[in-house]
Structures are given as structure tokens and as C-alpha cells.
Design a protein around this ligand. Structure first.
Ligand code: NAD
Length: 313
């Protein structure tokens, strides 16, 4: 289906800003809603129309009904798992209520496709062996994952009762240019790259043998575009299926940045799973999507980008 207008929440953030760029490249008119809590104006594509607004703002519904976008990409979120553990109500307000308000407003505005960015890594506990497929029951352990799961269920409701066509993309750990220094393993590649380039010591939490599935942001944007273009509904896992541990990332980024750091470990974080990877075969079959950027390639592109942009931050 050909769409003419798109609304991207969180479009000044890491993944959202790349989604905006891809839409503008396709000559789609793009509106961005972002409160700039972690996003940056510098990430914003100058051809997008920007509304500095929270998805919790009372005027949100009116704005969505006025814009009447063909497609909505909902990426605005509180993304730090540790913050969700410290403040579960604050996390739920943005990640549950913010998503429900956007979905309900979109249903009322007659949006043709609502694409929600959820998390695959936060959805399963260590009781299950990765890679995880969509058919497994979600078992989130932290409030961040619980909120994302609740939001997915509200979306299924908006689809069933209010007729909102939707896709949920449960992403693995995304990395690449523009990723901010954030807490948790989600940002470990960005953190190691920027810290090493600045000549500071990187800390590995715990043994460093914890694994995650690292997927390059360009591959994730391609999945978002396919979710918009294909006539599909429902849940898709977006990842490489490959587990990589933190010690391996440390070695690779140490070499790429030319730093000669020794591995230094600090106490492990509580409540984080030891292993994670996603099975993306359903996305392969129904979206025609497969991760294409190998980790070594993606790491090189990421380090090069941070090396080039370090002085501009
Ligand atoms: N980065 C990852 O590895 C990863 C993995 C799985 C899922 N996700 C999901 O992808 C989405 C984007 O994450 P990201 O990594 O780009 O993070 P990010 O922090 O760069 O992007 C989030 C954006 O949302 C904005 N925002 C936050 N609260 C808002 C609010 N109340 N109203 C309006 N805007 C608000 C922020 O300013 C920011 O621009 C999130 O939904 C996140 O949960 C990310």
C-alpha cells in the first residue's frame, strides 16, 4: 500500500530519526512528535514537520485527528530498563498510557497502519532458551518489558474493536549511528565506542559473558519500511538470532578504536537476563526481512560515525 503521510513519535531519537530519514527518502510527508527528553534536535531531519510535545499531552488526540496521517510509527518511550525498575509507574505512564493514547487517537483518526516498536529482549526470562520465536508466551521480568507487553495487548484490542490495522516489531538490541549513551546493554556498543574514543576506561558489568542479539539500525529501519508497505498484521521478531557477549564487543571495539584497554569488570546489575536472541524466521517469511549487516561491519560503521561526530556533541 502506498502511503503519503506518516507520523513518527520519538522521531528525534536514535531509531526514530533513522525511520524519519527513510520515509523522507521515499517522498512521504513526515510529522514528528517528540518531547526531546532523550532525543535531540540535531537528529531531526529538516524536511520533517516537528511538534515538541509529549505523547501524554492532553492535546495529543486533537493533533492526531487534525494531521490524519496514513501511517503512524510509535517509537516514543522510556527506554531504560533500570529506570523502569526504580520507577515502574513513571515507566508505565509513558510506555503503556502513551502507547494506548497514540493507538486510540490513531484508530479514531482512521490511520491505515500503526507500527509499534516493542522489545524482544525484555519479553523473555532466562527460563527459556534463546532464540525466542513469536509463538512463545511472553514472560517479562522488568517493568519495561511488562509495559511493552501491556501496550501490545492494548494494540490488539484497538485492532479488534476499533479496527486499527497494526504491526508490532519486537526488536533485539539495536546499535548504530546516533545512539545516545544510555543505561543497560541496549547502549553498550555506543557506550564502549564513545568511551574508548574519548580515551576513557570502559567498565564491563559482571563476567561480561551475558549475551544479546545485536541488530544494526539500518536493518531495523528496513523492517519498519516493510511493515508499512506489506499488507501484514501482528507481531514480528526483528533480530539476527546470533548471541554476542559483552567481552567480545569490548575486544572488537578496543581494536576498532585503536585503544589498548584491559578488561575491567564491575559488579553485575540485578534483574537483567543472562542470554537473549530472537528468532526472526516469521519476519523472513511474511515481510521478506532478514538482517543483512554483519556485526563486524556494523561495529566499524558505528565507530567511524562516533569518531567523526565526537566533536559535534
Ligand atoms: N535501542 C534498542 O536497542 C531498542 C530495542 C528494542 C526496542 N526499542 C524501542 O525502540 C524505540 C526507540 O528507542 P531508541 O533506542 O531510539 O531510544 P531513544 O531514547 O533515542 O528514542 C526515544 C525517543 O522518544 C522520545 N520520548 C520519550 N518520552 C516521550 C514522550 N513522553 N513523549 C514524546 N516523546 C518522548 C525521546 O525524546 C526520544 O527521542 C523505543 O520504543 C524503544 O523501547 C529500542
Amino acid at each position: 500500500m502506498k502511503h503519503k503521510t506518516a507520523l513518527v513519535t520519538g522521531g528525534a531519537g536514535f531509531i526514530g530519526s533513522h525511520v524519519v530519514d527513510a520515509l523522507i527518502k521515499r517522498r512521504i510527508k513526515v510529522y514528528v512528535i517528540d518531547d526531546l527528553s532523550t532525543g535531540k534536535k540535531a537528529n531531526l531531519n529538516p524536511n520533517a514537520t516537528f511538534f515538541k510535545m509529549s505523547v501524554l499531552h492532553p492535546g495529543l488526540m486533537r493533533l492526531v485527528e487534525k494531521l490524519k496521517p496514513d501511517v503512524v510509527f510509535h517509537l516514543a518511550a522510556q527506554i531504560d530498563v533500570r529506570c523502569s525498575v526504580e520507577d515502574p509507574p513513571g515507566d508505565a505512564e509513558i510506555n503503556v498510557m502513551g502507547t494506548l493514547r497514540m493507538a486510540h487517537a490513531s484508530a479514531k483518526a482512521g490511520v491505515k497502519k500503526f507500527i509499534f516498536t516493542s522489545s524482544g529482549g525484555a519479553m523473555f526470562s532466562d527460563d527459556i532458551r534463546p532464540p525466542y520465536s513469536e509463538s512463545l508466551s511472553a514472560d517479562p521480568i522488568a517493568p519495561y518489558g511488562i509495559a511493552k507487553r501491556a501496550a501490545e495487548m492494548y494494540l490488539a484490542f484497538e485492532h479488534r474493536i476499533h479496527g486499527l490495522p497494526y504491526v508490532v516489531l519486537r526488536l533485539a538490541n539495536v546499535y548504530g549511528p546516533r545512539q545516545a549513551l544510555s543505561g543497560g546493554y541496549a547502549g553498550v556498543i555506543s557506550k564502549f565506542s564513545q568511551t574508548m574514543l574519548a580515551g576513557k576506561q570502559c567498565m564491563i558489568t559482571g563476567t561480561g559473558r551475558q549475551t544479546r542479539d545485536y541488530v544494526y539500525v539500518g536493518d531495523v529501519v528496513r523492517a519498519q519500511m516493510l511493515a508499512m508497505e506489506k499488507g501484514v498484521t501482528g507481531l514480528f521478531h526483528i533480530g539476527t538470532g546470533v548471541q554476542t557477549n559483552v567481552n567480545h564487543l569490548f575486544k572488537k571495539i578496543n581494536a576498532l578504536t585503536g585503544s589498548k584497554q584491559k578488561e575491567t569488570h564491575v559488579v553485575a546489575c540485578q534483574g537483567e537476563v543472562m542470554r537473549s536472541a530472537l528468532d526472526a524466521r516469521k519476519a523472513g517469511k511474511e515481510l521478506g526481512w532478514k538482517a543483512e549487516v554483519p556485526l563486524d561491519d556494523g561495529l566499524r560503521r558505528t565507530v567511524e560515525w562516533f569518531a567523526k561526530h565526537a566533536s559535534k556533541k
